[in-house]
Design a protein around this ligand. Structure first.
Ligand SMILES: Cc1cc2nc3c(=O)[nH]c(=O)nc-3n(C[C@H](O)[C@H](O)[C@H](O)COP(=O)(O)OP(=O)(O)OC[C@H]3O[C@@H](n4cnc5c(N)ncnc54)[C@H](O)[C@@H]3O)c2cc1C
Length: 237
């Protein structure tokens, strides 16, 4: 894989340690849901990590990144001044796209933290029209981390925030799995989470493992290349 230079056009801070990064200078072809590797040269070594794209294909690249304290790359990314150069892989990668997701009366887009990024690319490309009802479930620690809430609602989708570390008006309190168990999410959405649905899961691996188990118990199955099912996921670590 080859690296090419891009420029940090703008970093938009949404909350301390959470920002949208807009990059100019290279626009790889990609499908919504895919990621690029971003890298910096740190102490003589190129340190690269994968980041999902939230921009639509053809636009300047945008990613949503959270700073991991003590991490090898993210503290350096958050210290970059506007206009700084960084590296990006020339080609995007990943299978977390809608290509293998069958049409369905409902699509549940479930994420934690920055795991909402790939779904933004999907809605910005208008790729969700073939699904009857689309429900976003976004689990975050603090309400200030509910990135893109307004944009999702303005586009007419149901957005169900779940906030774990504080109480916030309009949001469920706690974690996503408990609100699946209790039926709260289905009640709020007015949509059943059953075998008729397609479900995408992205972000924290613990959330994915837990929700995956809950969905299997409800009769949903993993979406495999040769055996289509309902559940498609991407863990961030
Ligand atoms: C396919 C894919 C797409 C990804 N897309 C994004 C994205 O769009 N935005 C984004 O912020 N991250 C994303 N990540 C995570 C990202 O690649 C890095 O792992 C993360 O930025 C930490 O890098 P670091 O070098 O600072 O930390 P490292 O030194 O690599 O430390 C990694 C450790 O940090 C923890 N960690 C990693 N990511 C997170 C996180 N988001 N929240 C809390 N703890 C974490 C884990 O314990 C992990 O073992 C993605 C990962 C994958 C595999």
């Amino acid at each position: 894989m080859t690296w090419t230079r891009v420029t940090l056009e703008k970093r938009i801070e949404l909350a301390p340690g959470l920002a949208r990064f807009r990059l100019s200078g290279h626009k790889p072809e990609f499908k919504p849901g895919q990621f690029v590797q971003l890298a910096l040269d740190i102490d003589g070594e190129r340190v690269g990590r994968p980041y999902s794209l939230c921009s639509a294909p053809g636009e300047d690249l945008e990613t949503l990144i959270v700073r991991v304290d003590g991490g090898a790359l993210t503290p350096a990314l958050f210290a970059l001044p506007q206009g700084a150069p960084l590296w990006v892989h020339t080609a995007a990668s990943g299978n977390f796209t809608l290509d293998r997701v069958r049409d369905a009366p409902s699509l549940w887009l479930i994420s934690t933290g920055t795991g909402i990024a790939p779904y933004m690319s999907m809605i910005r490309q208008d790729a969700l029209q073939r699904f009857g009802q689309v429900v976003f479930v976004h689990g975050v620690r603090l309400a200030a981390h509910l990135s893109y809430k307004r944009e999702i609602e303005e586009r007419g989708f149901v957005h169900l925030p779940v906030v774990s570390r504080e109480r916030s008006a309009g949001a469920l309190h706690g974690r996503i799995p408990e609100h699946i168990d209790s039926g709260d999410l289905e009640r709020r959405a007015g949509v059943k989470l059953d075998e008729s649905a397609q479900v995408l899961l992205c972000g924290n691996p613990a959330m994915i493992t837990q929700v995956y188990g809950q969905l299997i118990d409800r009769g949903l199955t993993k979406n495999r290349p040769r055996k289509p099912g309902n559940i498609t996921f991407e863990a961030y670590w």
